[in-house]
Write a protein that binds this ligand. Structure first.
Ligand SMILES: C[S@@+](CC[C@H](N)C(=O)[O-])C[C@H]1O[C@@H](n2cnc3c(N)ncnc32)[C@H](O)[C@@H]1O
Length: 218
């Protein structure tokens, strides 16, 4: 397995640009429906797999500008957002934001009742870094980890593979096979629980919920 490279600048430096936060908070989404998809998937995932989050801390890493905050707080949880980019964090409102790396979370083990990681994994270029990220998210959670990824079994991913849909960015964003992701999750001592996507085979962005096996948390 290649050595993980947890330096966020090697993932995409453009998030550190001053205008990134304002763009993400403003014109990033095509319309309100598109903007609402991730928050509603995360809310559903938490409702099913962490129904008793009242008063517990929930980590959103990377938080970006904190657009999942409401979906997390409506579960009665206390929100903590972590992101590497000061530009993204500057757009966050309501407090509870921390700057840091998702590969070296500045929190003790088992701090959070649940952890959400949305729209980062498809930017992670190598398996070692994906495994390290999954391990770090699990380390700080006593409950489920809600992880979004690009599903290789989707219309969008197929079009990319065939060159029908061209990447907007020069970097190579990666769609994963569900089996590949499950293998990483199991290798980290966790159990895959459920997938959430708006439309199977259509939505590229999909969520996998997993949690540490009881014996791995002792
Ligand atoms: C596509 S955005 C998604 C943000 C948020 N999860 C959302 O869905 O709105 C990816 C985010 O990952 C952050 N990021 C990149 N590398 C990181 C790292 N090593 N640690 C923490 N955050 C990182 C970027 O700054 C950016 O805000």
């Amino acid at each position: 397995m290649p050595t993980p490279n947890p330096d966020p600048r090697h993932i995409r430096s453009h998030w550190h640009e001053a205008r990134s936060g304002a763009h993400y908070a403003g014109g990033r989404w095509r319309n309100a429906r598109a903007a609402g998809r991730d928050p509603s998937r995360v809310a559903r995932a938490l409702a099913h797999h962490a129904p008793n989050l009242g008063g517990q801390l929930v980590l959103d890493a990377p938080s970006g500008v904190g657009r999942l905050r409401e979906a997390i707080e409506e579960r009665g949880a206390r929100y903590v957002g972590l992101d590497a980019s000061p530009s993204m964090l500057a757009e966050g409102s309501g407090g509870g934001f921390v700057q840091g790396s998702a590969w070296a979370l500045p929190f003790p083990s088992r701090t959070f009742g649940a952890v959400v990681c949305c729209r980062l994994l498809h930017h992670v270029p190598d398996e070692g870094s994906r495994a390290a990220l999954i391990g770090e998210l699990l380390r700080v959670s006593t409950g489920p980890v809600v992880l979004s990824f690009w599903d290789s079994a989707s219309w969008h991913a197929w079009r990319r593979r065939k060159g029908v849909r061209r990447a907007r960015h020069a970097d190579s964003r990666t769609a994963l096979h569900r089996g590949e992701l499950e293998r990483l999750v199991r290798a980290a001592g966790a159990e895959p629980l459920e997938y959430f996507s708006s439309l199977r085979f259509v939505s590229q962005q999909t969520i996998l919920i997993f949690r540490a096996k009881a014996s791995c948390q002792d």
